[in-house]
Write a protein that binds this ligand. Sequence first.
Ligand SMILES: Cc1ncc(COP(=O)(O)O)c(C=O)c1O
Length: 454
Amino acid sequence: MTSAIGTVTERHDAASDALWRQDTQALHAGYRGREQQRSAAVPIYQTSSFVFDSAQHGADLFGLVEEGEVYSRTANPTLAVLEQRVAALEGGVAALAVASGMAAIDVALATLASAGDHVVVASQLYGGTHNFIAHVLASRGVDSTVVDKNDFAALRQALGPRTRAVFVESVGNPSGGIADLARLADISHAAGVALVVDNTVASPLLLRPFDWGADIVVHSATKAIGGHGNALGGLIVDSGRFDWRAHAARYPQFSTPEPAYQGFVFTEKFPDRAYIARARAVLLRNCGAALAPHSAFLLLQGLETLALRQQRASSNTLAVIDFLQQHPEVERIHHAGLAGHADRGLAQRYLRGGLVPALLGFELRGGRPAARAFYDSLRLFLRLVNIGDSKSLAAIPAETTHSLLTDEALARSGIAPGLVRLSLGIEHPDDLLADLAQALAHAAAATPRQRLAA
Ligand SMILES: Cc1ncc(COP(=O)(O)O)c(C=O)c1O
């Protein structure tokens, strides 16, 4: 069962989940078919509330004297399976499921920082995250410093007594750059600050930030975890390793009585998972970005095939890179797996299982007009803003996901105006290459002047 604030005790043997390979965890962690009326599929608990046996039972559940769900804004058994499954895949102690990736980023950072505090963020960021930190967090009184992910001197300089988090994407969207997580963790920890990593693009199959010292991981489960473009969701995972007590001056919220939750001291009540318990009890419970049980079911269904999908998407990405590299209309390809890419060494160090991220950017010789002509001619790739789907997708970030960035911020994020982003799915590679070939031919025919000028 889970408690009112969802601290998971064992519905099953969680320790055995940790022994499985990730391929197996994606199918079985957090749930055994025998538990709920012998249902092999995880049941959807489509309920807002859970019934009390008596007045005393309700009081005990609220006071955490007894464990059990109360209300689905805070905890729900279908979500608990998703949480345990993703915690197992990431090698964390506990997770919290929320309504979207942006909600995960909001809750993750708001658990650490409030008015008067400061965060440091890497410049390679999803546009929505950039916007959230630059405008929404700022409007709540949390200011930020943006540093290049490889500028370690700038990071050291940016860390101060008010800093509550360093935030970075393990694999950048759309730049595809790889963060040197071990180094970032060392520098953050030397200053007593927690490292929060958005692991959406990589997924735990390609990279596990906790193996390199990260403290908190966030995901947009809308992407590779769900993998079928049919449900929004987000997850926050706690490594359980950051010593909040030792850093109580910087993070008093974990080791002093919490006024927003019955005066609980999280490090006393939940010593191994104080962070995620507070995220649930204070932020999710009071702000309400709860994931719907049906969405959790869809995300669990998609997650079952994560390992197979990542293998095929990875090999499709390599086939597309090979094709684009030889194409006369293509000016530049952005993918850390490429020889000559600045982050190739980091990709070789950090990416697991011989897999590459299924996300790449490329620029056409004809610039932005050619990119538009190419884009409008696609027949199989879907023109939309999402990534990590089993279907292949295309977007022009400067015109969509990152359109609110200034020219300077775009340049810092490595996004040229005509950059095309491809998210590779699991179709047959020959069909993907045929679609790219015909769209590139259309782009060449539509922009002859630009090509000659180039
Ligand atoms: C790296 C990354 N993080 C977070 C998000 C936000 O996720 P969601 O759309 O589920 O809110 C996205 C969305 O594209 C993303 O690409």
